[in-house]
Design a protein around this ligand. Structure first.
Ligand SMILES: CC(C)(COP(=O)(O)OP(=O)(O)OC[C@H]1O[C@@H](n2cnc3c(N)ncnc32)[C@H](O)[C@@H]1OP(=O)(O)O)[C@@H](O)C(=O)NCCC(=O)NCCS
Length: 175
């Protein structure tokens, strides 16, 4: 599946993307505020497999897309949602994203996220999008606010980062 925006192609992962996904995960600028437990190549392989297996399911849990520039198909990052709950009355998903630093500050992530939210509300019929963000991650908080997401809560000392516990903010957008 592909989703198009003005400047981007959002395409789902394929078996050929193992090295790409690993390059995202070991990028220190990306992992500064994203806390992955297992950064080994085998860890990446199992995450990719889980995603690819899920693509074949009728009731999917994950919709994760590689963000590519439309002009030259270069992959620059990832955006995805994990479905937390879904039934005939609606559903809730958690939004996540990251991008190699050389592509920051062009509006790409806000553009991608805007389309993903549209997809989640109109195609997947969800009613709420959530995001959890390290309170120090100012760039990501700006993206969430630009999308119209509202801060609903702050969890103090919620994630362990390197040598200390950090606060996490919870943002959400209701349809
Ligand atoms: C979070 C992250 C994706 C944000 O990247 P970003 O470049 O700030 O976000 P966008 O791509 O939406 O770009 C927005 C910026 O581009 C600017 N911009 C420049 N040209 C633009 C254009 N043509 N259209 C729109 N915006 C443009 C905007 O003004 C905005 O700048 P500002 O933040 O100073 O106001 C990036 O910092 C990242 O990957 N971080 C590491 C991973 C991470 O923390 N993920 C989130 C975990 S919760």
């Amino acid at each position: 599946m592909e989703i198009l925006t003005d400047r981007l192609v959002l395409r789902e992962y394929s078996e050929d993307d193992l090295e790409l996904l690993h390059s995202f995960r070991i990028d220190k600028n990306i992992s500064k505020y994203i806390h992955w437990n297992d950064l080994s190549f085998e860890g990446t392989r199992s995450i990719l497999k889980e995603g690819l297996d899920d693509q074949k399911e009728e009731n999917r849990k994950y919709y994760h897309f590689v963000i590519c520039l439309k002009q030259d198909s270069i992959p620059i990052g990832e955006i995805g949602i994990n479905i937390k709950i879904s039934n005939i009355y609606g559903g809730i998903c958690i939004l996540g994203y990251f991008m190699h630093k050389q592509y920051w500050h062009n509006g790409y992530m806000s553009e991608a996220a805007h389309e993903i939210i549209k997809y989640a509300f109109s195609e997947l019929k969800l009613h709420k999008i959530e995001a959890y963000v390290d309170c120090k991650n100012k760039r990501s908080i700006k993206v969430l606010k630009r999308l119209g997401m509202k801060k609903e809560a702050k969890f103090k000392k919620e994630v362990f980062v390197k040598d200390r516990w950090e606060d996490v903010a919870y943002y959400a957008l209701v349809k």
